[in-house]
Ligand binder design. Structure first.
Ligand code: ADP
Ligand code: MG
Length: 301
């Protein structure tokens, strides 16, 4: 598991013993990252940073620092649409009970959301949250990072054909069987048994952020788990965003960032990532594709 999501690893064209060893090592790596970065674990580095918000800086592992620094990079590029300090507002939403948070308490907690108040000291490998009550939540980026790290272990162990999937943040390399490629179906956000498209990458990460995973409906509106950090309300311009990119961490973060930004600003952001490609299902259920998809990867459903 990584942050409450289960991880699946599939390998092929490798003998059983080697497969088992490589997969165990990859799962141990996922667990290690969960221990470092899960805000659900009281003893993680991320929880320690949160616990000492407004008080003192916390020394962290290079891995945790790397993910926080990359998250801050995406926060700056997206002008705050992506923000790992969303926690105090995110916690106000109870998707299981379907309750909309009260305006006053939401506004109070919004004051604790601001990525610019994360102070990173790269040389000292430390992180400090400037205000008491701030929280870190790597839920929109660390799953992708764990997938990248698990894949790196598989490759180090000599596995050349694999698929690693953490609840829709995934990465593939090689083929499913000799001559049979990995095919990744992109789920339709409103028709659970239908696909929007299929992807046939030889080596790439694919991540999807959608409004259909954690949500409730109220008064004809859908309330879901990807929030606009400025307002604390669910982002409305997209139903789903799928990003294909070389790195699963980047695909994960970009899917969330583009989801919040909406198609127009989202596509503008993606221009800075020539190796990232997007499938957006917008608020009217239209399927929008970024230009310049590599030949043969994007297939009809
Ligand atoms: P999923 O978890 O379904 O794969 P995402 O990668 O988009 O989807 O991550 C959503 C999670 O990220 C939420 O559960 C929450 O913890 C956090 N989050 C919500 N809104 C934002 C945001 N604007 N910026 C960064 N993290 C967010
Ligand atoms: Mg994400």
């Amino acid at each position: 598991m990584i942050m409450g999501t289960s991880v699946e690893i599939t390998v092929s064209q490798v003998n059983l013993k080697k497969a088992e060893e490589a997969m165990s090592a990859a799962f141990r790596e996922v667990e290690r990252i969960d221990f470092l970065m899960s805000h659900y674990r009281e003893d993680s580095e991320i929880s320690r940073i949160t616990r000492h918000a407004g008080e003192k800086e916390i020394q962290v592992s290079p891995e945790t620092l790397e993910v926080i620094e990359r998250a801050l990079y995406f926060s700056r590029l997206s002008a705050g649409a992506f923000d790992i300090t969303i926690g105090p507002v995110f916690r106000m939403w109870n998707f299981r009970e379907g309750k909309i948070p009260e305006g006053k308490i939401l506004r109070e907690n919004l004051r604790k959301v601001d990525y610019r108040k994360i102070k990173v000291d790269h040389a000292r490998c430390s992180v400090f949250l400037q205000d008491g009550g701030m929280e870190l939540d790597l839920g929109a980026i660390a799953k992708g990072y764990a997938v990248d790290k698990a894949c790196a272990i598989l490759q180090k162990e000599g596995v050349e054909n694999f698929l690693v999937n953490a609840g829709g943040d995934l990465k593939v390399k090689g083929s499913k069987e000799k001559g049979i490629p990995w095919i990744i179906g992109i789920q339709h956000p409103r028709l659970p048994s239908a696909l929007v498209a299929k992807l046939r990458p030889f080596q790439a990460a694919v991540a999807t952020s959608g409004d259909y995973e954690k949500f409730f409906s109220h008064g004809g509106e859908r309330y879901h788990h990807i929030l606009i950090p400025l307002t604390g309300m669910p982002a409305r311009e997209c139903q789903s965003v799928t990003i294909m990119a070389p790195s699963a961490m980047d695909a994960d973060a970009l899917a969330t960032a583009v989801f919040v930004l909406g198609p127009q600003k989202g596509f503008a952001l993606l221009k800075q990532f020539p190796h990232a490609h997007a499938i957006i299902v917008d608020g009217r259920e239209s399927v929008l594709l970024s230009p310049n998809w590599p030949e043969g990867v994007l297939l009809p459903p």
